[in-house]
Design a protein. Structure first.
Length: 215
């Protein structure tokens, strides 16, 4: 309750932000989203009823039901097991911040503004943990990519599907798939399931661009 109230007060002090509801558990959160249709949800990664991964579950449900709603997840843990599913559908409109960063209100405020614009903010410690967890950490891995492959990866980092990437870059969907498979190989992402490879490639891109991608 104290953390929730502190976050509310920090956000409510900003002239361009307004908190429409505070919630104590996952059912209250989803009900409040239905009632108020917010631009952004700020959620703990763990909350009642089970205190496990309710924040990630909320973000996943909102990706499908309300794709325009940004989600800022706060956590004590730089855990790949939490961050990977959060970003599996794309990094657009998602933020993962460690609670220790929230001691600086500016970081939380800017994360809310960034995801409201469709951008992403991933805590540097989380990026490091995810890249290390992939067992493919190398120096400057994106340096192996061609200009076109970097453009494709930049579009993926915005949460776009292969078809949307093709439309943005004037490529066929088949050409996009070939570029993606090639950049996966160059980044050493050759054995993971497709979703994990896509997430890891995006995280490498975000790490190379200072931990955040905005559009």
């Amino acid at each position: 309750m104290l953390v929730r109230e502190g976050v509310r007060r920090v956000l409510d002090l900003q002239p361009d932000l307004r908190v429409v509801a505070t919630c104590a558990d996952l059912p209250q959160l989803m009900a409040a989203v239905d009632e108020h249709d917010p631009d952004v949800v700020v959620t703990d990664i763990r909350m009642p009823p089970l205190s496990s991964d309710e924040g990630i579950r909320a973000a996943t449900e909102l990706r499908a039901s309300r794709p325009g709603v940004g989600v800022v997840v706060l956590s004590q843990y730089a855990e790949p097991a939490y961050a990977t599913p959060l970003l599996a559908g794309g990094s657009s409109g998602r933020a993962y911040l460690l609670k220790e960063r929230v001691s600086d209100p500016h970081q939380l405020i800017e994360a809310v503004r960034t995801v409201a614009r469709g951008g992403s903010v991933i805590d540097p410690a989380v990026v490091e943990a995810l890249v290390a967890d992939s067992s493919h950490t190398r120096s400057s891995p994106l340096g192996r990519l061609t200009t076109r492959e970097r453009e494709v990866l930049g579009q993926i980092a915005q949460g776009k599907s292969n078809a949307a990437v093709g439309a943005a870059l004037f490529l066929t969907e088949r050409a996009v798939e070939k570029h993606i498979n090639t950049l996966f190989a160059k980044l050493g992402l050759g054995t993971e399931p497709d979703v994990n490879r896509r997430v890891m490639a995006v995280l490498m891109y975000l790490a190379d661009h200072g931990g955040a991608s905005t559009r």
